[in-house]
Design a protein around this ligand. Structure first.
Ligand code: NAG
Ligand code: NAG
Ligand code: NAG
Ligand code: NAG
Length: 213
């Protein structure tokens, strides 16, 4: 959390001073772990993710053996290009198919993100003790908020903050590898086939972020 606050302050101080001369990179195929914390310090989820960059597909499954302050385990299969996702319950082999109203997510940089700064976490001069990061930022008009995303020089997302009037979140990725270990995780399970898209209730916004609220 201390690092989080420091980074945010740093962002505020430097964000407006840099020219917008970079194009956002796009993340590669990835497998890793993601933790989701709100800025009240509540861990909302920890689990494994698989991301396919071409098709913009994401699977995230919260790990039940890590304590999190959510009432249920999460198993999400998101198709950002198609604008749909599945909430999967493998235990009773059921799923819900829903439309995405917002396709923003913390595993890729939005095309309209603005370059904020390059920072050196740790030490830039001691071998193996530093991590150089590009910070990107942008707004979330729907939620009256903004985000700040840090990626490595090779475009691996390290952390993302979402700040809004109502709630703020910190997503952090660890043990990221640049391949897909299990492609089957990105395939719709057979028990979800033929599922109709559920009606989105008036006033509800479905997004990856909303799953943690
Ligand atoms: C990413 O993963 C998909 C699905 O496994 C695969 O078809 C594609 O070739 C991979 N892309 C790269 C750049 O490795
Ligand atoms: C879990 O969430 C509830 C409701 O938001 C909150 O009252 C409680 O303090 C949280 N507990 C932990 C351990 O974060
Ligand atoms: C869940 O976490 C435990 C303990 O950290 C680990 O052994 C296990 O492999 C994890 N399971 C998944 C599906 O990631
Ligand atoms: C599966 O379990 C979830 C909660 O654990 C429940 O909401 C859902 O109705 C169940 N579905 C079926 C088909 O039993």
């Amino acid at each position: 959390m201390y690092a989080a606050v420091t980074l945010f302050l740093f962002m505020c101080l430097t964000a407006t001073t840099h020219a917008d001369h970079h194009q956002p990179c796009h993340t590669p195929n990835m497998t890793g772990f993601m933790s989701v914390t709100n800025l009240k310090g509540e861990v909302k989820a920890f689990g494994a993710f698989t991301y396919e960059s071409m098709g913009k597909k994401l699977r995230f499954r919260s790990n039940e053996s890590h304590p999190a302050n959510t009432s249920h385990g999460l198993d999400l299969l998101m198709f950002f290009d198609e604008g749909i996702f599945y909430e999967i319950d493998s235990k009773n082999q059921s799923c819900e198919k829903k439309a995405l109203q917002c396709t923003m997510h913390p595993l890729d940089i939005p095309d309209d993100a603005k370059f904020a700064s390059t920072i050196n976490s740790g030490s830039p001069s001691i071998e193996g003790e530093g991590l150089k990061l590009n910070v990107w930022k942008g707004s979330m008009p729907d939620m009256k908020g903004h985000y700040s995303m840090s990626v490595t020089m090779g475009c691996l997302p390290v952390s993302t903050f979402y700040f809004s009037e109502s709630t703020s979140f910190y997503f952090s990725n660890t043990d990221v590898e640049t391949d897909i270990k299990d492609p089957d995780l990105l395939v719709v399970p057979s028990f979800c086939h033929g599922q109709p898209v559920e009606e989105t209730p008036e006033g509800t916004v479905n997004s990856f972020l909303n799953e943690f609220m």
